[in-house]
Design a protein around this ligand. Structure first.
Ligand code: EPU
Length: 427
């Protein structure tokens, strides 16, 4: 299994190309099931999760063709054609490995009038139920049955009628599933307290490019007028705001001056504000964002929240930076109940973090030391990489497959700006 080795304390400077957003890609790809015409996605990141989703689409009968970009270029172009849907089932083996597979439920149901999708079960960052996905689809007219760990959804007379649903809790995935299902419903639908994440806006824009009629894009009320059919389209995946935020954290923890090429400041308000509060210099530059920092960061109080609040997907990375702050920080995780799995590993590197329920108190220390560490999820792994960039000596991060799910060629991007980082393979 691969490991990442980092020898810390190198200043970082230069340009980091930001890839297409993983979490946008994973909701744009299932849109291809909604039409028998080709959907071409540009700027698709080269990630294990994107490959995994491609395989799932293949199992459903869609073809996926990747146009080669040069090996030294980032991103890919994928054309997905679901001329016919030959299977309406997303099996347990795929869904348990990749929770985002649940996002095929709405599109298969909309296209075929029935779908059978495995229930995903728990995961490393929390319980993560899918009850809101199911309730929203029921409100749009789906009939549900549960057998042997699967949910079977049916549309009466083969087509969802559409309907209204108010989400009791903001859910990115449930909003996405409901939107895709509503796009070709027989009537109109209204989703209230919908997620407003930029990835949802990206999904809406792609659906509109395919012929969907959606009002209220970017707001908490999405109104969808179902259309008889959607057509193919070519659509470019938005830049990854979490990847960009992670490299911004690298500039602060290691000290240096990085330009995040392709990042969009308009979608990163809370992250950029938090970086500035830590003392970083943050400015929009043509084609990206520049982040520069020297010395110890200032401490912060941060609470995660749905967009436009501070993203839960940035919490672990900020904790690594704040571990070295000049004072005590308080982080509160309000989205997932178990998203502090990086804390014991950061502690092995010398961080002083006390967790009590959903709150973590981080007392800044003057230095971290390298150590062998491992993490249980993607963003936790990134926080260990960041700690390694600032630590004295060598850090070995194992279970690199977590990073490969969400960071395109991480070690290449970091070594190009001065980090001493490499991948080691045990064969
Ligand atoms: N929730 C329910 N019932 C549901 C759905 C969600 O109770 O049916 C709860 C969740 O347990 C959680 C909260 O609602 O407490 C919010 O979950 P949400 O549905 O918004 O999360 P998600 O769609 O499963 C996506 C991202 C996550 C990101 C969250 C929050 C994708 C593929 N995943 O997950 O990304 O943390 O939104 O922004 O888009 C990551 O990239 O590392 C990652 C975990």
């Amino acid at each position: 299994m691969d490991r990442i080795l980092i020898r810390g304390r190198n200043r970082l400077s230069g340009r980091v190309p930001i890839s297409g957003a993983k979490n946008a890609a994973l909701t744009l790809m299932p849109c291809a099931i909604l039409t028998d015409e080709p959907l071409t996605l540009r700027n698709l990141p080269r990630l294990a999760d994107v490959d995994g989703f491609g395989h799932l689409l293949n199992q459903l009968g869609a073809s996926t063709a990747i146009e080669g970009t040069r090996p030294d270029e980032f991103g890919r172009v994928m054309t997905i054609r679901a001329g016919k849907v030959t299977s309406t089932e997303a099996p347990y083996d795929i869904v348990r490995k990749m929770r985002a597979s649940i996002l095929v439920l709405g599109p298969i149901l909309a296209r075929e009038g029935r779908a059978r999708v495995s229930l995903p079960g728990g995961c490393a960052i929390g319980n993560r139920p899918i009850d809101l996905h199911l309730k929203a689809l029921e409100a749009l007219g789906a009939e549900l049955e549960f057998t042997s760990g699967y949910v079977e959804a049916r549309a009466p007379h083969g087509r969802l009628p559409g309907g209204r649903y108010t989400f009791p809790v903001v859910s990115v995935g449930a909003t996405e599933n409901a939107l895709m299902a509503a796009a070709t419903a027989g009537g109109s639908s209204c989703l209230d307290n919908a997620a407003r994440e930029p990835e949802i806006v990206d999904l809406c824009r792609c659906l509109v490019a395919m012929g969907a009629r959606i009002e209220g894009i970017g707001t908490e009320r999405l109104e969808v007028e179902g259309v008889d059919r959607l057509h193919g389209a070519t659509y470019a995946v938005m830049p990854d705001r979490i990847e960009a935020g992670s490299y911004a954290c690298a500039a602060v923890i290691a000290g240096g001056d990085l330009t995040l090429a392709g990042a969009d400041a308009a979608e990163m308000g809370a992250t950029l504000a938090a970086l500035r509060s830590m003392g970083a210099e943050v400015e929009e530059v043509p084609g990206g964002i520049r982040v520069a920092a020297e010395g110890r960061p200032k401490p912060l109080e941060l609470s995660t929240a749905p967009y436009p609040g501070f993203a839960t997907d940035m919490q672990a990375q900020f904790m690594a930076v704040l571990a070295l702050a000049d004072g005590t920080s308080v982080l509160t995780e309000t989205i997932f109940e178990n998203r502090y799995m990086h804390v014991p590993e950061l502690a092995r590197m010398g961080a002083d973090v006390r967790v009590s329920g959903r709150t973590a108190v981080v007392r800044g220390v003057t230095g971290l030391t390298g150590a062998p560490v491992m993490a249980t999820d993607l963003r936790a792994s990134m926080s260990l990489i960041l700690a390694g960039l600032a630590a004295e000596g060598e850090t070995q991060v194992s279970r690199v497959y977590h990073l490969d799910r969400g960071y395109e060629r991480l070690e290449e991007k970091l070594s190009a700006v001065g980090a001493d980082i490499e991948r080691a393979s045990d064969g």
